[in-house]
Design a protein around this ligand. Structure first.
Ligand SMILES: *Cc1c(COP(=O)(O)O)cnc(C)c1O
Length: 362
């Protein structure tokens, strides 16, 4: 459905994405950058983000062939790595759209079509996709035999880099280095995600780092870094303001009752827009320099805030996420999830507005 009258707006600052990438590049010793724009760039809009950063990234990555096709259709020409395991259904699309496959199983050598580029994916401890290190020699033989495919890189993925001080990061790194001893001629080696870059500054990041969340201005764990600037600000407006009596109960389950007489405002956003229901009675929102508590259960399309004795006008601007309000780390900590999930939860109901101070050349 086309949204003509969005009830909330995600304002996306494309300049901030570029600045975050420049910081990440300088903090990872000038390595190449692969920008991860899967899941519509964590709800920020993959085509818009990808275009804005084109001069500041070397590679892109997406979760699926469909996401890769979307980038190609929006004019992205740089290489695009697809993380998913390739299958017979998608094999031709890698060819047609010039997408780089992730080869993570011996069967993929026969699945892909002649001339398809790929990166080898090794599982050094993530336990998700990839060859196990002990199979390195067999994988090498298959890669050599299958000259009809073009091996352009090799990668692995950290399981525990989100926070500093994990011994498993060094172990995985070491395991990957032993894998690499079998593949000395592969030109592009990458392993580090945002967490590895921001939390492990002394790590050898090989040839390239992969960043999704960092580009969007957040670190991936609970450790926050002020040099990352959140790209997204989510705002809405007060839809209705009513005076309520002491003891008035609010929303499903009547979990909140007014402790005193005052003003109750209704906001036109709810969990159907991406406000976690688990933030009910916990979230604080920002209006014109003041914080106000969200009260009662968050509903699908609306939620309430208590203004106390402040009678704010209808249409007053509310910062839900970013700006003066809580940021995605605050939302993630309060709901015991990660920032990635908070951001990907924003739905298509939320209008997107893009800010860019400079004109790009193309
Ligand atoms: C999602 C993903 C990333 C990006 O993670 P961030 O924490 O957003 O930097 C990197 N590599 C792989 C394999 C991924 O799946």
């Amino acid at each position: 459905m086309k949204i003509s009258f969005p009830s909330s707006i995600a304002e996306i600052n494309l300049d901030s994405a570029v600045l975050n990438l420049k910081e990440i590049r300088s903090r990872s010793a000038g390595k190449k950058i692969l920008s991860v724009v899967k899941c519509d760039a964590y709800s920020h809009g993959a085509p818009q983000i990808s275009k804005a950063i084109e001069e500041n990234t070397d590679w892109y990555a997406v979760a699926s062939v469909d996401e890769g096709i979307q980038l190609r259709m929006s004019g992205i020409r740089k290489p695009i790595l697809v993380f998913a395991a390739p299958g017979y259904e998608t094999a031709a699309a890698y060819q047609t759209h010039g997408l780089t496959a992730s080869v993570s199983d011996l069967s993929h050598f026969s699945t892909l079509m002649d001339g398809t580029s790929y990166h080898l994916n090794f599982d050094t401890g993530m336990g998700r996709l990839g060859f196990f290190p002990e199979d390195a020699e067999e994988v090498r033989r298959m890669a050599v035999v299958n000259q009809r495919l073009l091996c352009r890189g090799i990668y692995s993925h950290f399981a525990t880099a989100d926070d500093p001080g994990s011994a498993a990061v060094a172990e995985q790194h070491e395991r990957f280095r032993s894998v690499l001893s079998h593949f000395s001629e592969i030109p592009l080696v990458h392993m580090s995600n945002t967490g590895a870059v921001v939390n492990y500054p002394d790590l050898d990041h090989f040839d390239m780092v992969r960043t999704g969340l960092g580009m969007l201005g957040y670190s991936s764990g609970s450790t926050r870094y002020s040099w990352l600037k959140p790209v997204l600000k989510w705002t809405t407006e007060l839809a209705q303001v009513r005076r309520i009596k002491k003891g008035t109960s609010v929303s499903y389950g009547s979990t909140w009752k007014a402790p005193e007489e005052g003003y109750l405002a209704t906001l036109p956003v709810g969990y159907g827009d991406g406000v976690p229901r688990t933030l009910s009675n916990r979230l604080m929102v920002w209006i014109d320099g003041e914080y106000y508590p969200q009260v009662g259960r968050v509903t699908m399309d609306m939620m309430m805030i208590f203004l106390g004795n402040k009678k704010l006008p209808v249409k007053s601007e509310v910062h839900l996420l970013g700006g003066g309000g809580w940021n995605a780390h605050d939302w993630a900590e309060t709901t015991e999830t990660n920032v990635h999930e908070i951001l990907t939860n924003l739905t298509l109901r939320v209008g997107r507005v893009y800010l860019q101070s400079r004109y790009s050349e193309n």
